[in-house]
Ligand binder design. Sequence first.
Ligand code: COA
Length: 169
Amino acid sequence: MSSAPFQIVPLDAALDRTTFSCGAEPLNRYLREQVSQDTRRRVAACFVALAEGQRIAGYYTLASTSIRLTDLPASTGKKLPRYPTVPAVRMGRLAVDQAFKGRGLGGALLADALTRAVRSEIAAFALVVDAKDETAAAFYRHHGFLALPDATLTLFLPLASVLKLAKPG
Ligand SMILES: CC(C)(COP(=O)(O)OP(=O)(O)OC[C@H]1O[C@@H](n2cnc3c(N)ncnc32)[C@H](O)[C@@H]1OP(=O)(O)O)[C@@H](O)C(=O)NCCC(=O)NCCS
């Protein structure tokens, strides 16, 4: 994952959310109209990448979720305790403004989300994402995510594998 010269911070109500344009209108509309309510109600946390001049260049959201053990690939599920579900963190949305695409920002936002999930004191087995289409799913697969066998647009990355990457040596 490449990094980019952006500052990634929790969304602040004072930021201008009206000009953000990622090419997917539902993701623009969510940032414009819905995200403040979701963060206020604590159903999602939103983090934004700020370019120079406090312009929002990208954003993502995180929330708690769970994955049914039976939905995971058998090879993953067999290594986990026999609970009905395992805890996870869901990245509900991820988007980069068209003006900033292809410069490593999507990867940097993903790395930031993984870092926050790993750092949390609340245990989570994986970061889970819902890709909006096959192109988005390919982006996540490129970064090591695995699809659920019966829902190929839902992908997960075990956080233990991120911790291994972060360990020196
Ligand atoms: C998907 C999206 C977030 C990628 O952001 P980006 O800033 O353009 O991507 P990056 O420049 O960080 O790319 C990082 C890496 O992913 C790769 N990549 C980017 N899009 C990819 C795709 N669709 N499939 C496979 N790989 C992809 C890049 O080649 C790059 O590889 P490298 O690190 O080996 O050089 C962005 O295109 C976007 O906002 N799309 C519209 C909304 C969307 O689809 N969101 C996804 C969640 S539903």
